[in-house]
Design a protein around this ligand. Structure first.
Ligand SMILES: NC(=O)c1ccc[n+]([C@@H]2O[C@H](COP(=O)([O-])OP(=O)(O)OC[C@H]3O[C@@H](n4cnc5c(N)ncnc54)[C@H](OP(=O)(O)O)[C@@H]3O)[C@@H](O)[C@H]2O)c1
Length: 328
């Protein structure tokens, strides 16, 4: 029997992406697609599934196996509690449970709406937390920028291959869908088209998550807005540890990800957005630049940065093959 799945926030960018993926998943079916506004009409482009988007009703979750929360931070915690009470596994795409330290959460996102659930949530970067994810019932799906920075950098920091006496710079560029569907002056066509800008410099909410995931505050993150709809390209500059060069860093990444279905480390050349758009892959390139190492990673912010990684996590918590519905 197929697993019954509910999507909350189904009319948003990540909600639509989850619907697209779950609709074609061989072992899942969409049991309920709900959004905040009662009777919200699907907005163009047409939704990637046949059913209606309905008003929020937590009782609809009672016969569901899994729930994706594609809702804003602050709102997600309440829905997570309702879904857990009804016996569902929950993957939360918002930031409500990502930060372990309540004080850091409060200074980054304001009021803590889920302090009772914080310790129950597992940070769902499957490449590093696969066993904990599979045993959990509440998954904090990582942010899009943190995913693009953590996958190339974390194994290198863990192996002591990066000199953390020097700052590491993560210069990240995202498409406009990263900001969600609600039009904002910064993300409307007239502002994004033929333009390129840095934003949230020194203030972006993903900085503490990057520090937490990498276990160091030596990584400086600077986000930029690309004039494309989907995709993140992260360019990371670091100084290798003593006796380490770019070739050995590349070898370490190849070894780390040899058996990982969604991370590809390039033999040569650098990845580009269009190689990963609409996929759950993270592609990584490595180069030596005058003794520094430059890592370039690309993901689709709506897939490996959101809905695809969430499906990877949902497969794990429901006991399905991790790649199901994500490779074709
Ligand atoms: N966009 C990305 O690349 C990305 C990547 C990783 C994580 N995320 C996170 O994923 C979440 C969703 O992002 P998004 O880009 O899909 O946002 P979005 O396009 O703005 O969609 C938000 C959705 O949440 C619904 N909603 C709003 N308030 C709600 C509430 N109080 N209770 C239930 N539903 C509510 C909206 O419903 P209505 O249509 O009825 O207003 C809409 O369906 C956010 O927490 C975001 O930070 C986004």
């Amino acid at each position: 029997m197929k697993k019954r799945i509910a999507v909350l926030g189904a009319s948003g960018y990540t909600g639509r992406e989850v619907l697209r993926l779950v609709s074609r998943h061989p072992q899942m079916e969409v049991a309920a697609a709900m959004s905040a506004r009662v009777g919200a009409e699907p907005e163009p482009p047409e939704l990637p599934f046949d059913g209606p988007i309905e008003a929020l009703d937590h009782d609809r979750l009672a016969d569901c196996d899994g729930v994706f929360l594609c809702t804003p931070h602050g709102a997600a915690a309440m829905h997570a509690r309702a879904a857990l009470e009804r016996g569902c596994k929950v993957v939360d795409l918002s930031a409500d449970f990502r930060l372990r330290d309540p004080a850091v959460h409060a200074s980054t996102y304001g009021e803590d709406h889920g302090p009772d659930l914080r310790d129950r949530a597992v940070y769902g970067l499957p490449e590093f937390h696969r066993a904990e994810v599979a045993a959990a019932d509440l998954i904090a799906n990582p942010g899009c920028y943190p995913t693009s920075v953590s996958l190339p950098l974390r194994p290198l920091i863990e192996r002591g291959l990066i000199d953390l006496g020097a700052d590491v710079v993560a210069d990240c560029k995202s498409g406009a869908s990263g900001a969600g569907k609600t039009p904002q002056p910064r993300t409307v066509f007239g502002s994004v088209h033929e333009n390129f800008l840095a934003y949230g410099v020194g203030t972006h909410r993903h900085q503490p998550e990057i520090w937490q995931t990498l276990g160091t505050d030596r990584v400086l993150f600077v986000p930029h807005l690309l004039p494309v709809f989907r995709g993140i390209l992260a360019t990371i500059w670091a100084r290798p540890a003593s006796g380490v060069d770019a070739a050995s860093i590349r070898t370490a990444l190849v070894e780390t990800y040899a058996d990982e279905p969604f991370v590809r480390v390039y033999e040569r050349g650098m990845p580009e957005l269009n190689r990963v758009q609409m996929t759950n892959f993270c592609d990584i390139g490595v180069a030596d630049v005058h003794g520094r190492v430059v890592l370039v990673s690309v993901i689709d912010n709506l897939v490996k940065g959101a809905a695809g990684q969430a499906l990877q996590n949902m497969n794990l918590v429901l006991g399905l093959p991790e790649t199901e519905g994500l490779l074709s």
